[in-house]
Design a protein around this ligand. Structure first.
Ligand SMILES: NC(=O)c1ccc[n+]([C@@H]2O[C@H](COP(=O)([O-])OP(=O)(O)OC[C@H]3O[C@@H](n4cnc5c(N)ncnc54)[C@H](O)[C@@H]3O)[C@@H](O)[C@H]2O)c1
Ligand SMILES: O=P(O)(O)OC[C@H](O)CO
Length: 354
């Protein structure tokens, strides 16, 4: 990659000085699978990237060995630095990308509030809904860092970290209330194998990312019980209907659900064995306990916790989400997994359109 996005234009502050002054500095918070893979996209796109995480050995290995064997074994990373020092990571960063598990986002970001560069844009890669508040991640970010919503964006789409880290071709959505913010982020992460589209439907894009994980759990459970592609396709299609109903009730645009962040990510997550949510659901379907399934899956399966906040949101807004309700029942141990299919089919018949 040559050049890369320059430090100029909106939204902005003055470029940091020194040799890297002409390259856009980006801090990625969270050195897990997606934080690391997205840092790679940004570096390939020409940004000056620093990765922050809690684990000193991961930071050393990313900086010195160009590898994160814990989360992306076998992947050779482009040149980037990594640190456990948040102040060092955030210094001079015009874009800050948050890629920690959703339920720790607020606690992770709040202590960084005073370290953020004035005018920095903050991007959520997270696909969850905060328990206890039912808030979307861009809202949590704006509150935790005390910045205007117009400076917050979300990147979401069919983006399995391992495939992106292998530089397999993929597209995604960058959503922000402010078109300038979305364009700024899209320019920063546009690489030869990664194509971001902009969108201003932040609510729709974030709901798609969080709820598809719940539907992927349901698909995994069904496949673990031995059901085949008809069941999978039924759950994906009716899952999309659930996501759309909730999104419409919260003010999202219907076309978002047919796009990359909606149908696109739903298909990738429900079909791929690389998905942690799908895999965890499958383990449950095969008879593991929740604790066993979490341990066997490894990594963050956001749907386990976010299913409860999604269902809570649905109840608050009077939206019917039977698949989500079934997943919450199974996860909480209150509903036997082998009765889920029959319970979903026993509901009163209705028109497909509602
Ligand atoms: N992996 C993917 O393919 C993928 C793709 C798109 C979006 N996402 C989303 O990105 C987010 C991060 O997922 P991931 O795949 O990188 O997860 P991961 O499980 O690979 O890594 C999570 C990282 O967060 C760190 N972490 C955990 N608790 C923390 C805390 N209290 N404070 C700071 N760091 C903490 C862990 O040490 C780890 O480095 C999730 O919301 C996920 O849904 C993941
Ligand atoms: O591994 P999962 O289930 O978190 O899914 C990964 C991504 O969200 C797919 O786009």
């Amino acid at each position: 990659m040559s050049g890369g996005p320059e430090v100029q234009g909106d939204p902005g502050t003055t470029a940091p000085g020194g040799a890297e002054a002409s390259r856009l500095r980006v801090a990625v918070l969270g050195s897990g699978a997606w934080g690391t893979a997205f840092a790679m996209v940004l570096a390939d796109a020409g940004c000056d990237v620093v990765l922050w995480g809690r684990d000193p050995e991961v930071a050393r290995s990313v900086t010195e060995d160009h590898a994160n064997p814990k989360r992306l074994p076998g992947v050779v990373l482009p040149a980037m630095s990594a640190t456990t020092d948040a102040a060092a990571a955030l210094a001079g960063a015009r874009i800050v990308v948050a890629a920690v598990p959703s339920q720790v986002a607020r606690a992770t970001l709040e202590p960084m509030r005073d370290l953020l560069e004035p005018g920095a844009v903050v991007v959520s890669l997270m696909k969850g809904i905060e328990l206890s508040t039912d808030k979307r991640m861009t809202v949590v970010i704006a509150e935790a860092l005390d910045i205007p919503a117009a400076r917050v964006a979300v990147v979401s789409g069919p983006n399995l970290a391992r495939e992106i880290a292998q530089r397999q071709v993929a597209a995604s959505v960058v959503a922000a209330q402010d078109e300038t913010t979305a364009r700024f982020v899209a320019d920063a992460c546009s690489a030869s194998y990664f194509r971001p589209y902009t969108n201003d439907d932040v609510v729709g894009v974030e709901l798609c990312g969080a709820v598809k994980n719940v539907i992927a759990l349901a698909v995994g459970m069904a496949q673990g019980r031995g059901f085949g592609w008809n069941t999978t396709a039924t759950l994906i299609t009716r899952g999309l209907a659930e996501i759309t109903r909730l999104g419409m009730a919260l003010g999202a645009r219907p076309e978002t659900f047919a796009g990359l962040a909606g149908m696109g990510d739903l298909v990738a997550t429900c079909a791929s064995p690389l998905s942690r949510n799908h895999t965890l659901g499958k383990h449950l379907g095969q008879g593991m306990s929740l604790d066993e399934a979490i341990a066997a899956t490894g990594g963050t399966a956001e749907g386990v916790k976010s299913s409860a906040s999604v269902l809570d949101l649905a109840r608050t807004h009077g939206v019917d989400m039977p698949i989500t309700q079934g997943v919450v029942g199974v996860i909480s141990g209150k509903f036997p997994i082998d009765e889920l299919g029959a319970a979903l089919l026993a509901r009163p018949l209705k028109s497909e359109a509602v």
